[in-house]
Ligand binder design. Sequence first.
Ligand code: DCP
Ligand code: MG
Length: 522
Amino acid sequence: MAALVHSGHCSTVRSIIALDVDYFYCQVELRKRPNIDRNHPVAAFQRNLVVTCNYPARAAGVKKLMLVKDARDVCPGLILLDASDLQDYRVACSEIICLLKDMLGGAAVENLGLDEFFIDVTEIVCRRKEYYSCTTSFKGYCWPSKDCDSYNLLENEELRNFVVASHLCLEIREAIKSKLQLTCSGGISNSKLLSKLAAGLHKPDEQTIILPHLVESYLNNLDLRKLPGIGSVTYQSLVDHFCVSTCEQLRFVPVERLVEAFGKRTGIRLYHICRGIDEESVRDTSLVKSISCEERFAKTECWSEILRYLRIVVERLLDRLVEHARVSSGRYGRLLVVTYLKTLSTKRESISCNVPFDVIRLCSLCNSLKSSSSECFEKFSNLYRSTLKQLENRCIQLLRIRLGSDFSLCLVSVGVKNFVTLKEVDQTSHPNSIISLIQRSEAKSTFSSVVGQTSSREPMKCCICNAFLNMEMSNEDINRHIDKCLCMESHDKSMNKNVLDGFIKSKKPKVSLTSSQCSIGT
Ligand code: DCP
Ligand code: MG
């Protein structure tokens, strides 16, 4: 057991920032309605429940998960905003991730729920430290008080790291506020556990540091229910079995007894967290790995009905792909996956192929335009319509090939995977590949709805079949060529066999998913 238990000393002290957006759903709703005074009590609701509210509403007695009726009673002037459409919250979450990635380069950003973010800034802090004077003081609150001037920063390297981290945290929060009109609270410490707890200490729109040497004293009187990962069942068992309700009391319980009562994993975690030990690293969840949309329906054997559902799904998917490309500096997926559920089956089956080239082109153009999705669709309406058609046709082909004529379905889902950013492709792709070509022609194009002719005289290669393309070909011709390459029914035998072998992949996922309509996987 001793080998599994941490001694309590880290060789290098990490600097971790936690961010928690204040009254998240409500703030996103308020962002859409600049006329509403943010100092007025406002709540966001779903059905008959208040899911969150701003701080003036909290001061008036409104609480999260209160009945709307009760909230109105305690706060008669309360403005209620409908929060049932989650799409805007997902977009706000992606916007924050992209801003963090833009500001912090390679730092790992972990997103928890939609409004919590962890960033490991250890390396950035090391690099930045030399630019700060040894006497620069902390930004924000420093537990247990705001006054941190008593520390001798000149002699303490470790403390100076946290000075830099506190400046960085403030910069990040200010950027989120000015660019995205969202305030968040920040926490800075040496672990995810402590920085998350620190972020909750001064809300809203403030930040707090818990310095490593004060972690134990901060935790001493902390109610165990406040610790992330201790739910009501674990808490009650701790009270019943060991008569403990604070971190300080829990430290007296030997690890063997905790393991006996809660099992190895939870027992050891409890032993660690009451001492402020949490070595969990910040996992980079910032990049979406898949986007999919689906439709469930009563069983049908009729193609025209399936086409109708496919159309709905594909349209929704394309909107999501463009939105994602816009907020993520042009990331796009390369693998199209069509999934279906046969009426008498419990397992979904899927078939995949390359994403139609125009999807990539549309994503790339909309990203360059940097305007809202609806403006993009308006600007590129021809391309948008033809891309929808291509996407739809590709899905129909895949389903036709797989299902034949004898089938009965109750669900179709269309998704995209294998995301890459234009930058990644830029670094790895051949200079004459199709993506390089789009980028070259985009740089020259003035973003008309149809990309102009490329004036490049360099030889170009098709990224699918590797054949040299005629330099006089227009982009439309190139698209047609690629579509031919991608289209299974028309591929000719002269194509590179390996490319075609990898072209159609199909698989049966191990798990059957539930009926959510759209999802983003990380
Ligand atoms: N949420 C929800 N249902 C819950 C808890 C939360 O729908 N039971 C949603 C609404 C919140 C969002 O998740 O806006 C984030 O949850 P938080 O607990 O972070 O609460 P807020 O961000 O709203 O408020 P704050 O962080 O200022 O306390
Ligand atoms: Mg929050």
